[in-house]
Write a protein that binds this ligand. Structure first.
Ligand code: GDP
Ligand code: IMO
Ligand code: MG
Length: 423
């Protein structure tokens, strides 16, 4: 700290929410810089389980200011519902701040997301259907409507009318759907303005001032490195930059402010939706990972595909994000496996790839080259320090450090806050 970025090193669901919640104990601010309610971050505090989609995980630490920055896409109904649910569970959401520059997810974005997926048929991405891709498409096409527009009803209605003309052509002529009504959408969205007003701010300025006062600011990534639109397994990615560089653009701070980048790595890998996944296990071992790891999506409930840790991808994540250290999560899940495999390279008929391949075809065609490590075959969920771990679990951590090229500074052995080892 003061400015620490937390990013996923795989295809999401590494446990970023838990790691953020633990680190937020010493933070003043937690910032989401990209994505929207496609994210699902589960945090367990005592007997209580919180599933957050849009609000940064820092909200569960009293006094921490949760910020939804300019790089996010925001479905205002979802945000208000999430705040209301948290309030009803005794969580104070009054400090939540929302960038005036964040883009709104509109009803046609959700509809078009679902329709595009249907039209892709077998080639579908497996999106969360929350309207994320179409909202970012409009942002870059400069057809987006922003949070600040909610406070200028005339501008909001004018922009909506223009955009909807085009969207309705798309909906009716291409997709054979009913047209949407601009007045109904405007009435609904402008109706959110009053409730959102106390939360809307110049979040870039808030973060800048906090950093200037040496406050501790955490940037909580959603999605992950391999879902990054530039650096991930395109087109099976999300439509934003979840890698560390995204934190600067997505929140309006300069890169020189960031001094730590924590990569969250699950001790094995999971993926939801379509796309290549070299170490995916389609057998009993994969099924066991799903069951023991509870690998079902927080947002869509979909079963996550599972496989062994891939250190080629992990090294790639170290490079792309400039990781300074790693938080290794769900190590407890591996206790149930006698022998562990770790992918160290990809092999194809064209040869061996030690680095993440430039040509994505390789990811589909390759066979992972595995090294085998012995399991430790004992419950480690009660471990609270490195000394509590069996030697073979410590060896696994050391192996990950060596493969990634950066130290592991945190190990998670259970969903709860306390089930964390700070190394
Ligand atoms: P995120 O999207 O990266 O925040 O991860 P998710 O919350 O979607 O998925 C991680 C899941 O694993 C959640 O259900 C967490 O409660 C759980 N979890 C996090 N860390 C650990 C851990 O160390 N061990 C176990 N068994 N579960 C964990
Ligand atoms: P967290 O933050 C795992 C995946 C979707 C789909 C692709 C594009 O919980 O790690 P989108 O709706 O973003 O256009 O879908 O990205 N995806 C995630 N997978 N965890 C997530 O978030 C994800 N957010 C999106 O399954 O394959
Ligand atoms: Mg998740």
């Amino acid at each position: 700290m003061p400015a620490t970025v937390i990013v996923g090193t795989q295809w999401g669901d590494e446990g970023k929410g838990k790691v953020t919640d633990v680190l937020a104990d010493e933070a003043d601010m937690v910032v989401r810089f990209q994505g929207g309610n496609n994210a699902g971050h589960t945090i367990v505090i005592g007997e209580e389980r919180f599933a957050l989609t849009l609000i940064p995980s820092g909200v569960l630490n009293p006094g921490v200011m949760p910020i939804i920055a300019n790089g996010c896409v925001v479905d205002p109904r979802v945000l208000l519902e999430e705040m209301a649910t948290l309030q009803s569970r005794g969580v104070d959401t009054s400090l939540v701040r929302l960038s005036a520059n964040a883009h709104l997810i509109m009803p046609y974005h959700r509809e078009i997301d679902a329709l595009q997926e249907r039209f892709l048929g077998k080639g579908q991405i497996g999106t969360t259907k929350r309207g994320i891709g179409p909202a970012y498409t409009d942002k870059f096409a400069r057809h987006g409507i922003r949070v600040q527009d909610l406070f200028d009803p005339k501008i909001f209605r004018d922009k909506l009318e223009v955009v909807l003309k085009e969207k309705n052509k798309l909906l009716t002529k291409i997709y054979n759907q009913l047209a949407m009504d601009a007045t109904a959408i405007a009435d609904e969205y402008l109706g959110y303005a009053e409730q959102l007003a106390p939360h809307v701010a110049d979040t870039s300025l808030l973060i800048y001032e906090a950093l200037g006062q040496d406050k501790q600011v955490l940037f909580e990534g959603a999605q992950a490195t391999l879902l990054d639109v530039d650096h991930g397994t395109y087109p099976f990615v999300t439509s934003s930059n979840p890698t560390a560089g995204g934190a600067t653009i997505g929140s309006g701070i300069g890169p020189t402010s960031i001094d730590r980048v924590v990569g969250v790595a699950k001790a094995y890998i999971s993926r939801v939706g379509s796309g290549p996944f070299p170490t995916e296990l389609m057998d009993d071992v994969g099924e066991k990972m799903v069951q023991i790891g509870g690998e079902y999506g927080t947002v869509t409930g979909r079963r996550r595909r599972c496989g062994w840790l891939d250190t080629v991808a992990l090294r790639y994540a170290t490079r792309i994000n400039g990781l300074t250290d790693i938080a290794l999560t769900k190590l407890d899940v591996l206790s149930e496996f006698d022998r562990l495999k770790v992918c160290v390279a990809y092999e194809t008929d064209e040869g061996r790839f030690d680095e993440f391949p430039r040509q994505q075809r390789v990811l589909y065609e390759s066979r992972p080259v595995y090294e085998e490590l012995p399991g430790w075959a004992e419950d480690i969920s009660g471990a609270r320090s490195l000394e509590d771990l069996p030697p073979k679990a410590r060896d696994y951590i050391a192996y990950v450090e060596k493969a990634a090229g950066v130290p592991v500074t945190m190990v998670s052995v259970g969903p709860q806050r306390a089930a964390t080892l700070n190394l």
